[in-house]
Structures are given as C-alpha cells and as structure tokens.
Design a binder for this molecule. Structure first.
Ligand SMILES: Nc1ncnc2c1ncn2[C@@H]1O[C@H](COP(=O)(O)OP(=O)(O)OP(=O)(O)O)[C@@H](O)[C@H]1O
Length: 331
C-alpha cells in the first residue's frame, strides 16, 4: 500500500482528466484540499463538478492522473479511501420504504457496523431528526430528507465529506438552515468540499473557492481574496432635495453619477474602500456636506461572487478564443 501524505493536504488531485468520447468533462485538474476547510467548487451546469467528485469518491475509476486522500491512492487503496470519504449526492439515495433508523443502520452495515444504534442516535440528534427515528422516509419534509442524506453519508464517520449541490432547488429558509448544519460539521472537524451553482452559497460558506468551467479549474483562491480582488461596492447617497446642477461635474476625481433627481451613486472597488487615507466614499460625503446639501439616507451594497464568476469565466473564454486564434495562425 503506497502512502504519501503531506499534512497540509488531505485531498490531493493531480492532473486529473476524464473523457467521455471526444468530450473532456474534467480537463487536467490539480488541487489540494486542506484539512478543516470548507471548499466550494463553483461552476455552471455541465462544468464537470460531479464528474470530478466521481473520480475522488470511487464512482468513476477510469481517468487520467491521480487522486489521493490522506496519502492513500483512491484506486490502489480504495478500501481505505472509501472509509475516509463520505458523499452526499444530488439525488435522494435511500430506499423510500425504509424508516429513518433503517436507512442509517443499513448504511452502517456497508462499513461492517450494523446495527450501530449509538451512531444513529448521535447523528439524528446532531441533525435534529431524533423525533423522526421511526418515521417512514416518504413522510419527511424536503429539508429533513436532505439532512437524512447527510447523516447517511456520515454513518462511517468520514474525515472528508462531499456535498454535491446540497441546496439545489430548496427555498431560501431551508438553504440557510442547511448552511448552519454544514458549518457545524466543519466546526466538529469534518473537511468539506461542496459543489454549487449558487455564488451566494460559496460566498456564505466557503473558506476557499475553486471556479470550474468546461472541465478546467479557472481559479482557486481564498473567498476573501476573490472578493478583495474583484469585489466592488455600490454607494447611493439620497439627498433631501434634488442634486443641484453642476454639482456632479464639480466632483473632481470621483466617479459619481446622478442616478435619480436626488440620488448620487458611485461604484467603488473593494481595494479603494480600504486604501490608506480618505476613501472615495468619505470624499463624496464630505463634498456633499461641504456644499451644504442635506443627506436623507445612504444605501450601500456589495457585488457578489456572481460578478467575479462572470468575469473569470469570460476571461477564460477570451483566453480560449485567443488560443484557438493562435492555433489557426500557427497551422
Ligand atoms: N456518463 C457520462 N457519459 C457521457 N457524458 C457525461 C457523462 N457524465 C457526464 N457527462 C458530461 O460531462 C460533462 C460534465 O458533467 P458533470 O455532471 O460533471 O457537470 P456538473 O458541473 O456536475 O453539472 P451540474 O451542475 O449540472 O450537475 C457534461 O457535458 C456532461 O454531459
């Protein structure tokens, strides 16, 4: 059994490529997942997220490159890595005729752990399902079903948990509830990789974000770094009266627009907000007050990862187009 485990990398993905005929679903992906982090793999439909997870969790075994968990190769040492990894797939994956306890006990059985009443009770308690233990799974609410799937994936106490689109199609309230459970899991020591379409989900939960498009990892960065690099803030200053004519033109060096009769708006890059000295926001407010104008209220918003994501994906497309152009020129 081979084992090369660098302590700062629980999951090590090296040059993984998965082809389906001519389609390259995962294209030369290399990535390390650090113990204790929540990592969000963010990408549009068909980007290759589920395929990449399949290569790690043993659903897909024919791929180029290598993947190891805690130093164990997922193909050579699959018996070990299956115990280290848990997967919550997108679709419901339990027998609808079982009750809650039976679903979990059977799952424990796959890992030689049947019946494990203590583990079942512990998980049901942790995921607020204790009072549903004897309930038929068909009668659980959508949120309870999702929580039961997480419990099922945790029965063998994996160190690394994959959540494939954990909140796809769930309402906002339920999504926030599931986020709390995911954070709690991480706080208890489980390392988490989740895939999502929802930028908001990555922004809320992830320590680091990997953006995947057409099978390629376009960018991996700490969430806050992405926000600082690409994020912008919008500030709107509403005056009690209309903006006097000529006032906007007098704001030298400030990129301010009059977006309504009584409203001045400005887009500020995140790094400008935190620069040394007066920020553009402060300069605008000072100019307004110095001109003797009265402020009714001020509104502010923050651009989400959505915009960052679009910019990166567009940059990737442009690079791809350039590369194609260069290929043609070279041909
Ligand atoms: N078994 C398969 N045979 C052929 N093509 C496949 C197979 N599985 C996936 N694909 C293709 O591989 C590409 C990546 O699919 P994948 O499911 O990994 O994307 P995804 O990012 O998870 O998408 P989604 O967010 O919609 O779940 C898609 O073009 C998909 O059609």
């Amino acid at each position: 059994m081979s084992r090369r485990f660098e302590a700062d990398s629980l999951l090590s993905i090296r040059h993984v490529t998965k082809r389906y005929g001519d389609l390259v679903a995962v294209d030369d992906v290399s990535l390390d997942i650090v113990p204790g982090e929540i990592f969000a793999l963010l990408g549009p439909n068909g980007a290759g997220k589920t395929t990449l997870i399949g290569c790690i969790t043993g659903m897909i075994t024919r791929f180029e490159g290598s993947v190891s968990v805690a130093g164990y190769d997922v193909r050579d040492d699959y018996r070990v890595t299956r115990r280290l990894v848990g997967l919550v797939p997108q679709e419901l994956n339990y027998d609808a005729f079982f009750n809650v306890r039976e679903v979990l006990e059977f799952q424990g059985g796959y890992f030689g752990n049947y019946p494990n009443k203590e583990r079942v009770d512990e998980l049901l308690e942790q995921f607020s399902l204790a009072d549903k233990v004897d309930q038929n799974t068909r009668w659980l609410s959508g949120g309870m079903k999702r929580r039961l799937m997480i419990c099922k994936a945790l029965m063998h106490d994996p160190v690394l948990l994959f959540l494939d689109e954990p909140t796809a199609g769930v309402d906002v309230e339920l999504r926030e509830e599931l986020w709390d459970y995911v954070r709690d899991l991480r706080d208890r020591g489980t390392t988490i990789v989740l895939t999502t379409h929802y930028i908001e989900e990555a922004e809320e939960l992830a320590d680091r974000v990997g953006i995947i498009n057409h099978g390629r990892l376009v960018r991996v960065a700490p969430r806050d770094e992405l926000m600082a690099e690409f994020g912008t803030r919008k500030v709107e200053v509403y005056l009690t009266d209309d903006v006097p004519s000529g006032f906007v033109a007098s704001l030298d060096g400030l990129d301010v627009e009059q977006s309504d009769a009584n409203c001045l708006s400005m887009i500020v890059e995140e790094r400008e907000v935190h620069r040394e000295g007066a920020s553009p926001v402060e300069e605008l407010l000072r100019a307004v007050l110095d001109a003797g104008l009265a402020i009714d209220y001020v509104e502010g918003g923050r651009t989400s990862l959505e915009q960052i994501f679009r910019e990166l994906v567009n940059a990737d497309k442009a690079n791809g187009a350039n590369a194609k152009g260069a290929d043609k020129e070279g041909a």
